[in-house]
Design a protein around this ligand. Structure first.
Ligand SMILES: Nc1ncnc2c1ncn2[C@@H]1O[C@H](COP(=O)(O)OP(=O)(O)OP(=O)(O)O)[C@@H](O)[C@H]1O
Length: 312
């Protein structure tokens, strides 16, 4: 598991991470979200033991990362932002070096090496120097070094950054498969990644915790939660009638594609009355959809006006 208690990092007058307390347990993929400069990387580096906190504590599998750094590091696989270091080594040399550093026995090491190289499709890159790899391959090598010792806790900073859609899919499947027995924290800008991977989300902004919830709970905060949207040619008259339904709070029409969104009053369910009115009107409706809510809108609500140092 990962646990932080009032974790804080100050740079002079700037509080980059401000009394952050988060918790993630095995089976969880916790998404760490926040706008640029929110403090995500600083928080992750403190949990990984790379930076000393100004105050507060971080634990990995119960080990305090300052007091028991070796035990904490052994339990952790960490994919930092950007490219792996030791860029002058070949991929093979780099992975063997990492396995030795982490104290893997040679028989276990050989098996893990083959597994990880196969899973991340690195066979053709083994004799290539890390610095000369494409961005996507470098990211996969970074992931390989994070998982090669089969750690119970993984922290991945922007894991699919720089990958093409096929590679993104492969890496997400890999994370999903690893998640069952492990604790995984991923930092991401991509809200689609939250849907694809995370069962819990922490949003930070200005260094502070702003939300800690499941994706569905966050979606329920969106004004689109429970709205019904549809496309239909010549729906002008029906829109007026929909607006008069007692459960309906308002209607919006997308100026670009003409898609109509009908918003419910608080606590009302409107799919059935909207569908039945449209049926009565005999409209050819395509793609009628009950909206779960939009994470991008909730993310904006939560984070706007919360630049570093600002008060909530
Ligand atoms: N070494 C440093 N010295 C001074 N300020 C720093 C240092 N490192 C980070 N900061 C500041 O701390 C704040 C948090 O930065 P951090 O990189 O943790 O944010 P982030 O959420 O990871 O951003 P991004 O999404 O852009 O990577 C920012 O205002 C940043 O400028």
């Amino acid at each position: 598991m990962i646990e932080t208690d009032k974790l804080t990092k100050r740079y002079g007058h700037l509080t980059a991470v401000d009394a952050l307390s988060i918790y993630a347990e095995p089976g969880q993929v916790l998404g760490l979200l926040g706008p640029n400069g929110a403090g995500k990387t600083t928080a992750i580096r403190m949990i990984a033991g790379f930076f000393a906190p100004t105050a507060g504590t971080a634990r990995v599998c119960g080990y305090d990362v300052r007091k028991q750094p070796l035990k904490a590091k052994r339990a952790l696989g960490y994919l930092p932002e950007g490219a792996p270091s030791y860029g002058e080594m070949t991929v093979r040399e780099f992975l063997v070096f990492i396995m030795r550093m982490r104290g893997l026995r040679s028989d276990v090491g050989r098996r893990r090496f083959d597994e990880v190289v196969g899973t991340l499709q690195l066979e053709d890159a083994l004799n290539v120097t890390v610095d000369t790899l494409s961005k996507g391959l470098r990211r996969r090598v970074g992931l390989a070094q994070a998982i090669v010792h089969d750690p119970p806790v993984l922290m991945l900073d922007e894991p699919t950054d720089g990958l093409d859609p096929n590679q993104k899919h492969t890496v997400r499947q890999l994370i999903d498969a690893m998640a069952r027995e492990r604790t995984i924290l991923i930092s991401t800008h991509l809200l689609e990644e939250v849907h694809a991977l995370c069962n819990r989300v922490v949003i930070i902004a200005g260094g502070k915790l702003r939300a800690d919830a499941t994706p569905a709970e966050l979606e329920a905060r969106s004004r689109y939660h429970g709205a019904v949207s549809f496309s239909a040619a010549g729906s002008g008259l029906s829109q007026e009638m929909l607006g008069r339904l007692p459960q309906v709070a308002g209607i919006e029409v997308d100026p670009l594609d003409g898609r109509v969104t009908v918003f419910p009053k608080p606590g009302e369910r409107i799919l059935e009355p909207v569908e039945s009115l449209l049926r009565q009107q005999g409209l050819e409706v395509s793609e009628i959809q009950l909206e779960r809510g939009r994470l991008d809108e909730v993310f904006r609500q939560i984070t706007l006006g919360t630049e570093t140092g600002a008060q909530p």
